[in-house]
Structures are given as structure tokens and as C-alpha cells.
Write a protein that binds this ligand. Structure first.
Ligand code: S3P
Length: 171
């Protein structure tokens, strides 16, 4: 099942990238890295503190620096990106140059919003439903550039999605 690829999961906030990555790394028995958590560990600040305090542009610079560190300095084979990581051209170029296979977890806005509303994670770029919907819509054509697309429906568990990815992307 395992063809040695490194993969990065992308998709909108609340789609379940981190949970799918967790299952995928246990199915494939390989290391994973959650980019948001990696940034928080390295900066000793939460993502919300960075975005609320320094602004989104400053955050994007930190995010790209940490993506480079993750790619060059860790053995992690499964990366769960932040919801905006793949939307930045420099990050896409880094991932492509490193031969990382990208997987878009595609879902409806309502499904993502339900998860965002239930979650305790503070998401400064999704402070209200209208702002989040606008961001969601503006990003679809960029997420679409990922190598693989998997549809996430509310009735699918993250384990089921991880299994599908393992079977199809890693075969
Ligand atoms: C962001 C998504 C967040 C986090 C940051 C910015 C975005 O990650 O990286 O708040 O631009 O969509 P999740 O997708 O894990 O919530």
C-alpha cells in the first residue's frame, strides 16, 4: 500500500485535515506533521495571537518559513497544512518543487462551518459566517490545483477518508 510518497492535505478550515492526517499516519505507520501546531511550537505563540497581533501578511511569512523547515528539516511524510497554506503561490511552488503529492479535502461550506462553530480552536480568519463563506468561495479554484481531490461528506468519518486516501494515493 505504501509507495513512499510524501503527501500534504489541504482544504478549508473545519474540513478535518488534522484528523484525517492522524488516521493516515497510523494506517501507513509514518510520521505526520501538523503545520499549525509546528508553527505554534516554534514561535511559542498561538496562530490566533500571531494573526490578531501582527496581521495576516506577517503570519503568511512565518507560515512559509515553517513550511520550509517542515519540508527540509523533518522526516514527516504526512503534512496537514493550514487552510490558507496552499492558497499562497510560494507555498505551492515549494511543495511542488519538493515532489509532495497534494490532496484536497473538498467539502461544502456548510459542513466546514458546522465544524468551525463546534470547534474550540480560534480561527481569526473565520470570525463570522459571511466572512468565512467569502473566503471559502474565493479559494475553491486554488484548492482545485491540488493533485488529488477527495469529497468529504458529513456522514464520512475521518478514518474512512484516510482509508480511501491510503488505498488510492499510496497504491
Ligand atoms: C487558516 C487556517 C487555519 C490556520 C490559520 C489560517 C486559513 O488552519 O492556519 O488560522 O487561512 O484558512 P486550519 O485550516 O487548520 O483551521
Amino acid at each position: 500500500m505504501d509507495n513512499g510518497r510524501r503527501i500534504a492535505l489541504t482544504g478549508f478550515m473545519g474540513v478535518g485535515k488534522s484528523s484525517v492526517a492522524r488516521h493516515l499516519s497510523s494506517i501507513l505507520r509514518c510520521d505526520r506533521l501538523d503545520l499549525d501546531a509546528f508553527i505554534e511550537k516554534n514561535t511559542k505563540r498561538t496562530i490566533a495571537e500571531i494573526i490578531n497581533g501582527d496581521g495576516e501578511s506577517a503570519y503568511r511569512v512565518i507560515e512559509t518559513e515553517n513550511l520550509v523547515r517542515a519540508l527540509r528539516g523533518t522526516p514527516a511524510r504526512i503534512l496537514s497544512l493550514g487552510g490558507g497554506t496552499w492558497t499562497i503561490r510560494a507555498n505551492r511552488e515549494l511543495l511542488v518543487a519538493d515532489g509532495v503529492t497534494t490532496v484536497w479535502l473538498e467539502s461544502s461550506f456548510e459542513h466546514c462551518w458546522t465544524n468551525i462553530s463546534k470547534s474550540r480552536k480560534e480561527r481569526p480568519l473565520a470570525k463570522n459566517k459571511d466572512a468565512a463563506r467569502e473566503l471559502f468561495e474565493s479559494r475553491q479554484s486554488i484548492y482545485c490545483l491540488a493533485d488529488w481531490h477527495f469529497i468529504v461528506r458529513p456522514e464520512f468519518t475521518s478514518y474512512e477518508i484516510a482509508t480511501q486516501i491510503a488505498e488510492q494515493v499510496f497504491s
